[in-house]
Design a protein around this ligand. Structure first.
Ligand SMILES: Nc1ncnc2c1ncn2[C@@H]1O[C@H](COP(=O)(O)OP(=O)(O)OP(=O)(O)O)[C@@H](O)[C@H]1O
Length: 202
């Protein structure tokens, strides 16, 4: 079996599955090989069932424009290439259909792209609700970010603009599905940074 997996390294040109549940073997090696092969093709998003894995590309990719907002509007998860917009879309439509609150948890190590992913999610959630593109509400919600960052972000060894606090963002909708506003709650601010930082931090 081990031999088979070693042979299975994805050569350039072959396509690993977009949902890792489709792998014949769910070993750490097979998972990492698949993610690496997809990343080489600039596919930073991969599903494991309904979980979305993101690998930070540290470069701009042209996959967040209005064309993509439209593409991922009201589709079934897994029908299209994995994308952060797909996750936002599923949550939005599940909320409308089931009339129940939806929750998306974003986690990862420092510098992995959590803040950036949050911004993409909010962008898509508000764009869906406006049935168009960027709206005033989106700008107001995203505009709160830099203000909070001015108080709670700092340079660390892993990230020049690292959030030193957690955020719980609640986006509120009217029954029609239009965004009404948002509420941001901060938690676990790293207060110790005020009096002590490592030599390459601030
Ligand atoms: N999808 C993406 N496309 C392009 N660049 C990205 C993407 N996600 C993250 N980045 C880059 O990685 C940097 C770090 O990302 P971000 O600040 O979102 O990480 P984080 O997980 O919130 O970090 P921390 O936990 O330290 O706050 C960003 O400033 C951006 O340059």
């Amino acid at each position: 079996m081990r031999r088979r997996l070693e042979d299975q390294e994805f050569p350039a040109g072959s396509d690993p599955p977009s949902d890792l549940c489709a792998l014949p073997e769910l070993t750490e090696r097979a998972l990492l090989e698949s993610l690496r092969a997809r990343f080489r093709q600039e596919k930073i998003y991969t599903y494991i069932g309904s979980i979305l894995i993101v690998i930070n590309p540290f470069q701009f990719l042209p996959i967040y424009n209005p064309k993509y907002v439209k593409l991922y509007d009201n589709h079934t998860l897994g029908k299209l290439e994995p994308h952060i917009y797909a996750v936002a879309d599923v949550a939005y439509h599940a909320m409308l259909q089931r009339r129940k609150n939806q929750c998306i948890v974003i986690s990862g190590e420092s510098g992995s792209g959590k803040t950036q992913s949050t911004n993409f999610l909010i962008h898509h959630l508000t764009a869906l609700s406006q049935k168009g593109f960027a709206s005033g509400v989106e700008q107001i919600i995203l505009g709160a970010g830099p203000v909070l960052e001015a108080f709670g972000n700092a340079k660390t060894a892993h990230n020049n603009n690292s959030s030193r606090f957690g955020k719980f963002i609640q986006v509120n909708y009217q029954e029609s599905g239009t965004v009404r506003g948002a509420y941001v709650e901060k938690y676990l601010l790293e207060k110790s940074r005020l009096v002590y930082q490592e030599h390459n931090e601030r």
